[in-house]
Design a protein around this ligand. Sequence first.
Ligand code: IVH
Length: 693
Amino acid sequence: MSSSPEQQPFPPEEVISRALQLRDELNRANYQYYVLQQPELTDQEYDALFQELKAIEEQYPDLQTSDSPTQRVGAAPAPEFAEVVHSMPMLSLSNVFSEDQLRGWYRRILEYLETDNVDLLCELKIDGLAIALTYQDATLIRAATRGDGFRGEDVTANIRTIKSVPLRLNGDDVPPTVEMRGEVFFPISAFERFNEERQAQGLPTYVNPRNSASGALRQLDSRETARRPLDIFFYSIAQANGLSLETQWESLQAISRWGGKVNPWTRRVASLEEAIEAFEDAQRIRGELDYGIDGMVIKVDSLALQQRLGNVGREPRWATAYKFPAEQARTRLVRIGINVGRTGSLNPYAELEPVMVGGVTVRRATLHNEDHMREKDIREGDLVIVQRAGDVIPQVVGPAPDNERGPDSAQYQLPDTCPVCGEPTTRVEEEAVVRCVNAACPAQFERLLEHFASRSAMDIEGLGERLAQDLARNGLVKDIADVFSLRERRDELLALERMGEKKTDNLLAAIDNARQRPLSRMLFGLGIINVGSEVADWLARRFRTLEGLESATEEDLLEVEGVGPVIAKNVAAWMHNPRNRDLLDRLRAAGVDPVDDSPEPPSEHVVRGKTIVVTGRLESMSRSEANARIKTLGGKASGSVSKKTDFVVAGKEAGSKLDDARRLGVTVLDEDQFVALLDNIPPHTSNDGNSDT
Ligand code: IVH
């Protein structure tokens, strides 16, 4: 410890207790002001106490604690954010856009649980950034961004500057370790003031509150974050040993009791009809709020039922986001351009006179395809309606009702040659898409490269549309494996336009980092037709390595949840193609050999590798639930009984499948035996010889 001569190393007793008292009073005042919005101290009173504490801490640095209100002003810049592995993945939400879709979601839940009704909790969907805060012994020790859901960035110093974030939790029932999750946002009014100030200083302005909140959290200098009045709403407890909570509602109450800010609008409802009413209310109050919301989140209230419902891929079954309808605006379509996609499709887009739609300036919007343009008769020069919903790409809906055309107006024709490589295009019958079928067309590869490096794939920061183009056109990257040998071509990279020393080195570092990405992201990044991030997740989970997938047959693939015949065919074809195999070999040679990072199904489990048919009605779980559990344990849940079936689980009123089992001599389990089996206890059947395990 460095203590200068005038500092007294041992603070007197009364100073210690005064510091303690000041800290408590200031934290309390903060809570009253920023969480309850009912201040009890005047600004001057607060300031006097703050200065007193600051003076004490300066004289006795040992008295300074991480939960001191003086720590909210930010600290010296950090070189970079440390990585944080989440205690449990931070999931995302499925979306529904209509009452019908919402009813579908609810119906599936009821079917899964085999029940008639569940209590629901309706929360506003705050349009900000997800954050996970860990408290140890009631003190904030860590804050992490969502990142890819598994790993995020440590932004503790930045989060401390948010006045409504408790640095210390209050109450007797705060568990020794507790993780609370919530949404950080930039209040709209503060955002507008902030942007005005930036404009006045000649600094670039932010497009919307969400982007500026994100910018604020990503400041390496937390003193910068402190200058932005961010706020937070907590929405869940992710981890709390020893706490017996039964519902989501109780979780929110606990957070609130401990001093965390939860959204006051939250509605607990006993039927779907009430949830729909709540949604209408949310739409009504939207305009009055000082923060952006993009819908309502509906959650099954019971935590036990949430547990039973579990997740599908990265989304929980027990919750969904009911999004507000798209926002629209009217503007001029200046020009129609063509973008050649990853699969060679010619995608028309509109260049627009810039227009604000739902808080974002839109300059470009998709026109989908030729059929859409024909059907809606969209032409260059038209006044058009543009719409934007949530994160989706803005689209041109059609000409505005008051659109008028001059004599030059003409229907747009997609070119019969590719605007990038000049080869003739083709239109596959039955498909709305015109494609460039030249496999060597640079545009396709550029798009693939961009996709491979994108956030939800390999997440190589710095490798976006522009650089992908430059790398491909300058011959630095001819296939995606080349990305990983760019370090050897640093000089050539430096010679590219817009690539300074720093940018180049950041890029190379980002590429090195990308070698660690899990298999699912790599699979998604390869751009295999129909393999979205969810299917990639399932495949990774089942096959665990690239070799595993390479040796999988179409039949093996078909057994994976979420994989139908079309996907199975595409994946198998891709994996068996010699050029792709060569690519994978080259990736491996470059040190990229991803593995699945999700917890492995228990290798020793009695269910593993077994084919099980569940029939009849079970008491403790539904059939879908039983099947899901069989799959997570590495077994195969089948719908029909054959000689290859290992077990038939017979619930109440089991019918013909039970007869089949008896006829074929398949071991039949009752519900208790099945539950035991799931607990890894092999069945004790009296006289079937116990042939296996
Ligand atoms: S629950 C598994 N509740 O929406 C549950 N999320 O699209 C996931 N969000 O990443 C979170 N308001 O950042 C939940 N009341 C709310 C929310 C909310 C906003 C965000 C959150 C999440 C994203 C999912």
